[in-house]
Design a protein around this ligand. Structure first.
Ligand code: DQA
Length: 138
């Protein structure tokens, strides 16, 4: 069985409550249940942290044994050399996802420090971005 983890960065624990016009009104816990139901043939894990170092620790922990990582680094996408380096350091393929289309938003969101180190990028499809990334990995 393939092992895949979804890692969500800062403020994504507030999905369903936070800026619903951009991120929608579904909580990630509910959406994750749907994904688990749909992808019954893979072992699907989920981790969320608001703390940069914890995200790096998790990437290192899973990055030599998992078959793939779906990563929404949220605001750290635009700032974190540490997360970009962690992605380069591991073996598992990483797919970068964003719920919103970061290129249609403020200029600061147009730069991703992690994109050059990932296998592919999916953004702008709402929560379906995660589904599309899983689809690409399986
Ligand atoms: C986000 C986009 C980021 O710019 C933002 O900081 C987020 C969420 C997205 O999924 O659209 O927190 O990664």
């Amino acid at each position: 069985m393939k092992k895949i983890i979804i890692i969500n960065g800062p403020n994504l624990n507030l999905l369903g409550v936070r800026e619903t016009s951009i991120y929608g009104d579904v909580s990630f816990d509910n959406y994750f249940k749907e994904l688990k139901e749909f992808y019954k043939t893979i072992e699907l894990d989920y981790y969320q942290s608001n703390i940069e170092g914890e995200i790096i620790n998790k990437i290192q922990e899973v990055g030599f044994s998992y078959d793939g990582i779906v990563l929404n680094a949220a605001a750290y996408t635009h700032t974190s050399v540490g997360i970009a380096d962690a992605i380069s350091a591991i073996q598992s393929p990483v797919i970068e996802v964003h719920i919103s289309n970061i290129y249609s938003r403020e200029k600061i969101r147009h730069t991703s420090l992690i994109s050059k180190n990932v296998k592919g990028v999916i953004c702008g499809f709402g929560l379906n971005s995660y589904n599309l990334a899983l689809n690409a990995l399986v």
